[in-house]
Structure formats: structure tokens, C-alpha cells
Design a protein around this ligand. Structure first.
Ligand code: GAP
Length: 593
């Protein structure tokens, strides 16, 4: 799709979202606040439906996942243990002229001629500034424009009659060192921590610093033991959480795609290490193509990971995002975090490009191990079956398993942590000793598979996928463009609209309100009696309401055989059929569930 078409589509989507009350800019009457968005009446319903569907499919429909709802502000040591205090950063740089801030890795690469200056002199006062500066000009732009920008740069630093010094030029290819908007040199990139910082208690000091959580996952890890001990769950099992997360993104963009306050739906699914599976089940299954089916005791991390990738795709298909709108991106070994064994990004084809909707990571035992180390509280589990099974594993097999463990750990330390081979081997052997000693006692720290989705990104994906324009005849046969949001009935904010044909006929109104009240306890119903019926249909098309019910004189018995029936209009086909009032509820429930 061309850029113009892409922008056009995004503009239409943003405008519809505001016009119909899906999404508003936060604090709009005060000029808005960048990176924050509010959900209006339709958006709030859509979001609630999405979260409920995720929650139900992840927890209530499964035996092996339970829920959690933790606080946003947690003990700051958690973020030290998780690595967020030290490494949750984006590279940031500023325009030396306008001070505008950029994410260094997202700057559009540019080519042209760079005009460098070693400094400048004020020819009136003789004052000198020896700060080096440069401006990049695209091919064909006259040198004067670089000089003008550079003059402005030195004027902003106190010189009045600027005489530029030491001008030299350089050919530049694909550089990210210059501001794409004005050619000015940018500062060197520096790390910028994305966590919002605050203080708890009445004193603002370094001792009571707290962070707004940048992800919901960490609360799950730190409550792992409490959940395990209070629920009837055994590894493998998962803990699911939906909640707000905050990231002070350098450049929030693409509407609700990247914002500073957003919601996540995260599952941490805890599994046995492969060595424990092998001891108990005799061998570990290898992941094959497609969905691996119902969980089995011999599944290792690879099969569990594949399982969750497929389960997540199934979820998206179920709510109206076909597989063809998604892409799987398997991160390359060099892209993986040092603790991750595999990560799949599920990408969606947004109007502005194919981008991440959800990440599904196999995170080894990193998270629980880190919290064990930092908190001093054991995060291991005890498994009686494992202890018994390990005692029966023969000596050669144990030796072979240890050899494999050491080889894999050492390889990882060399490749990801860049340790020299000898040191990597020593560390891997030390880890193996502790790990296998614990295994013999039936103890291990669970590994984890983490499907982590953004609610807001999913809302945007659903809206973008649903948005359609089509030319259709109006009631008089004139062709007009109909905007229709083709939401899957499961997520649609309003499930059914109820229309009395005329609002000034009490019998029609009475029947219509009776039908509204019949359906209302089971689904979100919208009652609309304003304007011509065609206009009412169009309004609901834009809201994405899949079904419209019209109560007319036949409903009241004008045509005796149609008494107590209504017209059911399908949003997508615009076909209308007569349905008995008695059959409405089960019929609609079957379509929206
Ligand atoms: N616990 C893992 C984790 O947080 P992530 O890839 O940083 O992983 C997971 O985030 C998901 O959260 C992303 O796939 C995306 O859907 C959503 N997300 C992340 N940052 C976001 C932002 N600034 N705005 C909206 N959604 C965001």
C-alpha cells in the first residue's frame, strides 16, 4: 500500500474512532497529552469484550491456569532483579537545534552532503564558540541553507553576528546522526530508562523511589509461591493477569499502537525443566509443525512453546483476525535476550506496517531464579515423582544428561554473554552441579513460557481489520458509501440494535422496549428510535453492530402469519429475515458466544 493510502486509511480510522466514541485523545480540552488515550463508550465495550474473551479462554476454560490481580506499584527491588532498572532503556538523542527528542534506532536513515563547522565567531564582539556542529543537506540543496541552519545554532548559543569557522563537507550515506526534519546534527545516542518513577510515602527521597510497572509479568513471578501454595495447581500450570503497564516511550506513535499508558494481558506458564521431564517420562518430545494437540507429560519447553504460539493464533482467529492477517516472526539467535531460548513475535498487518501484536517467549528459569537471588526466598518446587524417577535413571544416562546440560549452558554463555570458552565451561559445570543435586532431591526452579499481548494493540488491530467502505444503494436506489465496522460478533461493542419502525406509535414502542428488555440481561443492546430506519442502520454499521431488529406493524399482527416476528438485519450482508420473537434470544446467543 502506498504511503498516501496508508495515511489516508489511518486518518479515517482515527477520525471514526473519535466521531463514534471509540477512542479520544486524553485530556483533549487541555490540548491533549502525548502518548495517552481514553476509550469512549464504544471503545470501553470493545475493550471489555476483548479482555473478557482473553480471561475466559486463558483461565475459566482451562484446568491449568489461574488468575492474579496485583498492584501497579511494587517493591522497587523487583525492578532491580528483573533487570529493568539497569537495562530497560531505549537509545535517545536530541536535535541540537530544536531540542526535539528522537529514538536513535528509529531515525530514518539519510544520505547527502554534511556541512561541518569547527565553531563560530561573533564578528561584533570577537567572542568565539568552538563547539563543533554539522548540517546534512539532501542532494541538490544549496550550501546556503546549511549555513543558515548553522548560523541559527550559534545564535542560539549567544553569538550575534555569526561568522562560521572551519567549514568542510563530507558525503554521507544512510546516516542516523541527523534530524530528518531539518538536517541538524543530533546528540550522540544515550540510554533512556522507560520506567516512570515516583515516590511512596510523604517524603520524596531516594529511599522511597517506586516505579509504575512497565509490564504485568513481574508481579506473577513474585507471587508464584503464594499462588502455588494456595491453589490446587501443580507444574505445569500458568498464572494470568490483565492490567495497566506504563512506559515513558521516547516517541509514542501510531495512535494507540505505542502509548505511554497501556494494558497488557500476560500469561506466565510454568513448566518443568526438560531434564525433569526426561527423568519422569523417559524422553522429551520434539516440537513438530502445527498445533501439538492436548498437553502431554513428555512435553519439553519446545513443544510447550509451540503449543502456546498455536493457541494464541487460535484465539485471534476466534475473535475475527484470520491467520492471513497475522505473521509469525521467530527471533534469530542473535536477537534473543540472553535468557530466552526462543521468542516468536506475532505480527499484525497494521495500515502503517506489519508490527508486533504479541510476543511469546520461552524465558528459561531466568525470572524465578533472579527473584530467588535478590529476595533470598526459595522459588523452587518439590516433586515427589521426580525424586523417585531420578533415583531409577541409570548412571550412564545421568552422565549423558549432565554433559548435554553443560554443553548447552556453555554455548549460551559464549554466544550471548561473550564469555571466553574456558570460563563458560567452568560456570556451566558449577551450574550443572547445583541443578542436578537439586533434581536428585526432586527440586527445580520452573521454566516459563510467556505469551504477552497488548490490549490496546489488539483493539487497534481489530478496528483496522474491521474498517470497510463499500458503495451500496440507499433507500431511493442512489449509490452511497457505507462505512461498516465488520467486528466479529464476539467482540462487537453493541451486539444488537432494536428499532421500532416509528417512534410515535405507542404499540410499536411498547413491543420494541419489551424486546430490548428481553435481550438486555444477556448482551449489550442499543435502542434507537431516531430518524429514518435506513439512517439508523448506517449508524449501527459504523458502530459495528452485527444485528439490527426492526419492530414493525407485522410484528403487531398486521399480516397475521407474521405476528410476533421481527426483521433481523445482518450488518455484513444487509440481508433481512423474519424471526420469531421466541427464537431471538437463543439464536443471538449462539452467534455472539
Ligand atoms: N513481559 C513481556 C513484555 O512486556 P513486551 O514485548 O515488551 O514484552 C508485550 O510487551 C506486549 O505489550 C507487546 O507485544 C505489545 O502488544 C504491548 N506493548 C508493549 N509496549 C507497548 C506500548 N508502548 N504501547 C502499547 N502496547 C505496548
Amino acid at each position: 500500500m502506498s504511503d498516501a493510502k496508508t495515511n489516508d486509511r489511518m486518518e479515517k480510522i482515527v477520525s471514526l474512532c473519535k466521531r463514534r466514541g471509540f477512542i479520544f485523545q486524553s485530556s483533549e480540552i487541555y490540548g491533549g497529552i502525548n502518548g495517552f488515550w481514553d476509550y469512549g463508550p464504544l471503545g470501553a465495550e470493545l475493550k471489555r469484550n476483548v479482555k473478557d474473551l482473553w480471561w475466559n479462554s486463558m483461565t475459566r476454560m482451562r484446568e491449568d491456569v489461574v488468575g492474579l490481580e496485583a498492584t501497579i506499584i511494587m517493591h522497587p527491588a523487583i525492578w532491580k532483579a528483573s533487570g529493568h532498572v539497569d537495562t530497560f532503556t531505549d537509545p535517545m538523542c536530541d536535535c541540537l537545534l530544536t531540542k526535539k527528542r528522537f529514538r536513535a534506532d528509529q531515525i530514518e536513515a539519510q544520505s547527502g552532503t554534511a556541512y561541518h563547522y569547527s565553531g563560530a565567531k561573533d564578528s561584533a564582539s570577537g567572542k568565539q564558540n568552538s563547539e563543533a556542529y554539522a548540517v546534512l543537506l539532501p542532494p541538490g540543496k544549496p550550501p546556503e541553507s546549511a549555513r543558515k541552519t548553522a548560523t541559527q545554532f550559534y545564535q542560539d548559543r549567544g553569538l550575534q553576528q555569526v561568522e562560521l569557522l572551519g567549514e568542510r563537507t563530507e558525503k554521507v550515506e544512510n546516516s542516523q546522526k541527523f534530524n530528518p526534519e531539518n538536517g541538524s546534527l543530533l546528540t550522540e545516542p544515550r540510554p533512556f530508562n522507560l520506567m516512570f518513577k515516583t515516590h511512596y510515602g510523604p517524603v520524596e527521597s531516594e529511599d522511597n523511589v517506586a516505579y509504575l510497572r512497565p509490564e504485568t509479568a513481574q508481579a506473577i513471578f513474585v507471587q508464584f509461591k503464594n499462588v502455588l501454595e494456595t491453589s490446587r495447581v501443580k507444574v505445569p500450570f500458568g498464572i494470568a493477569q490483565i492490567g495497566k503497564a506504563f512506559r515513558n516511550e521516547v516517541t509514542p506513535r501510531n495512535f494507540i499502537f505505542r502509548s505511554r499508558e497501556f494494558e497488557q494481558m500476560e500469561l506466565e506458564f510454568f513448566i518443568k525443566p526438560d531434564e525433569a521431564v526426561e527423568a519422569v517420562a523417559g524422553s522429551v518430545s520434539k516440537a513438530t509443525a502445527g498445533h501439538p494437540g492436548e498437553p502431554q507429560p513428555n512435553w519439553g519447553w519446545e513443544t510447550w512453546h509451540k503449543y502456546w504460539v498455536e493457541e494464541r493464533i487460535k484465539f485471534y482467529e476466534n475473535i475475527g483476525l484470520p491467520r492471513t492477517t497475522l505473521e509469525e516472526y521467530w527471533q534469530k539467535p542473535e536477537e534473543l535476550a540472553h535468557y530466552a531460548r526462543a521468542t516468536v513475535d506475532l505480527l499484525f498487518k497494521f495500515p502503517f506496517g506489519t508490527q508486533e501484536l504479541e510476543g511469546i517467549a520461552a524465558r528459561s528459569d531466568y525470572d524465578l531464579s533472579q527473584h530467588e537471588r535478590f529476595s533470598g526466598k526459595g522459588m523452587g518446587v518439590f516433586d515427589e515423582d521426580l525424586r523417585g524417577a531420578w533415583a531409577k535413571v541409570d548412571v550412564d544416562k545421568k552422565a549423558e544428561m549432565q554433559k548435554r546440560f553443560v554443553a548447552e549452558k556453555a554455548k549460551n554463555l559464549v554466544e550471548r554473554k561473550k564469555l571466553p570458552e574456558a570460563e563458560a565451561n567452568t560456570q556451566a559445570e558449577a551450574q550443572a552441579k547445583i541443578f542436578f543435586e537439586n533434581l536428585a532431591k526432586g527440586q527445580y526452579i520452573p521454566h516459563v513460557i510467556e505469551p504477552s499481548a497488548g490490549v490496546d494493540r489488539l483493539i487497534l488491530a481489530l478496528i483496522a481489520n474491521a474498517y470497510a467502505e463499500e458503495d451500496v444503494p440507499d433507500e431511493k436506489g442512489k449509490i452511497e458509501t457505507r462505512v461498516v465496522m465488520r467486528f466479529h460478533p464476539r467482540v462487537a461493542p453493541i451486539k444488537v440494535a432494536v428499532f421500532p419502525l416509528l417512534k410515535n406509535k405507542p404499540e410499536l414502542v411498547k413491543k420494541a422496549t419489551e424486546i430490548r428488555d428481553l435481550l438486555r440481561p444477556h448482551m449489550n443492546v442499543f435502542y434507537d428510535d431516531a430518524g429514518a430506519i435506513g439512517r439508523r442502520y448506517r449508524r449501527q454499521d459504523e458502530a459495528g453492530t452485527p444485528f439490527g431488529l426492526t419492530i414493525d406493524f407485522d410484528t403487531l399482527g398486521e399480516t397475521p402469519e407474521l405476528k410476533d416476528t421481527v426483521t433481523l438485519r445482518d450488518r455484513d450482508t444487509m440481508q433481512q429475515v423474519r424471526v420469531k420473537i421466541d427464537e431471538l434470544l437463543p439464536m443471538l446467543l449462539a452467534k455472539i458466544r
